[in-house]
Design a protein around this ligand. Structure first.
Ligand SMILES: Nc1ncnc2c1ncn2[C@@H]1O[C@H](COP(=O)(O)OP(=O)(O)OP(=O)(O)O)[C@@H](O)[C@H]1O
Ligand SMILES: N[C@@H](CCO)C(=O)O
Length: 302
């Protein structure tokens, strides 16, 4: 196995998981991308970070992108002599916009590109499986890799699967990003081990409806984004986010907690529409408001 000469680059989108009822199974790629570059060097590890995470994430072997690259090189059978990595981050960390999945997908992608013939050795399914194993669940890594709206899950034998589904081109998103983080680990720790059967049944129905709503029935989005399995259990970690979701929904806006929160995502009808402008005006003081298109593409070599 040999490594390629010169740097390789990737651009990876932010993602919003769950989308209300589809806990750990639905995810949507959004048009906001981290850009990374990696190169094999003679020795050592050089990591440079700008944007989100600069001065916060470790710049050594603990760096999430490096960990994903190392796991991929292990899978391919050989570690490089040395590694240089540059990360330009625009996806906020620990806000529910899939920053860790973007980092992991970037890492597995870059490592595969650094190996001569890497695409023949690790196909898309193998890349997804590796990324989902590293993240622990597939709902962010699947759209980060494949783009668009993706339904994903894990089989009884532990293997992960992902099936892209259609998104009506009229549909876009507005995200409201709080200034303080909530880690996914902490937010998952708030979930009960068991839920009432009626709640599980309600979410199953809403999840099926959401697939139809996103693919061409946007008028069903409000009903389809109701959740009973995770959002309210997480209220104590993000009370302002839950209050905003409830206020928007009371006004007929299909709003959800994005991923494990605390970002709030509201579905809209195009990044430049009047409704989007009106939604952005509801961004709480001190939060960041962004109108984002759905990203049809996932990770792409740049
Ligand atoms: N680009 C990155 N480079 C290095 N580490 C990162 C990067 N992005 C995320 N991380 C690590 O992952 C943590 C955030 O992951 P976490 O799963 O808590 O939230 P998230 O992925 O942003 O949100 P969610 O999973 O709800 O969509 C960061 O605090 C940091 O430790
Ligand atoms: N499905 C995950 C998404 C965040 O990684 C959760 O809600 O915990």
């Amino acid at each position: 196995m040999t490594f390629v000469d010169g740097p390789v680059r990737v651009r990876v989108p932010a993602t919003s998981a769950n989308l209300g009822p589809g806990f750990d199974t639905l995810g949507l790629a959004l048009d906001l991308r981290d850009e990374l570059e990696a190169e094999v060097i003679a020795d050592g590890l050089l990591v440079e970070v700008s944007g989100y995470g600069a001065g916060q994430v470790p710049l050594d072997e603990r760096h999430l992108v490096v960990r994903a690259m190392r796991a991929t090189f292990d899978r391919l059978g050989k570690q490089p002599t040395g590694l240089r990595l540059t990360c330009k981050n625009v996806i906020p960390h620990a806000r529910g916009l899939g920053s860790s999945s973007a980092a992991i997908v970037a890492g597995v992608w870059l490592a595969r590109e650094l190996v001569a013939g890497g695409r023949l050795l690790l196909d898309e399914a193998a890349l997804l499986d590796l990324a989902a194993q590293l993240e622990g669940h597939p709902d962010n890594v699947a759209p980060a890799l494949l783009g668009g709206f993706v339904i994903s899950g894990q089989d009884a034998d532990g293997s992960f699967w992902a099936v892209p589904a259609g998104v009506d081109p009229r549909i876009s998103a507005v995200v409201f990003v709080p200034s303080s983080p909530v880690s996914t680990e902490a937010a998952r720790g708030l979930l009960p081990a068991e839920v009432p059967h009626a709640d599980a049944a309600a979410n199953a129905g809403r999840t099926a409806l959401l697939v139809a709503a996103l693919s061409g029935r946007p008028e069903e989005l409000l009903r389809a984004t109701e959740d009973r399995l995770h959002q309210s259990y997480r209220r104590s970690a993000m009370p302002e986010s839950l209050a905003l979701v409830e206020a928007l929904r009371a006004d007929g806006v299909p709003a959800v907690i994005s991923g494990a929160g605390p970002t709030v995502l509201a579905f809209a009808d195009g990044p430049d529409s009047a409704a989007t402008e009106a939604l952005l005006a509801r961004c709480p003081q001190g939060w960041g408001g962004l109108a984002l298109a759905v990203s049809d593409t996932g990770a792409v070599s740049a």
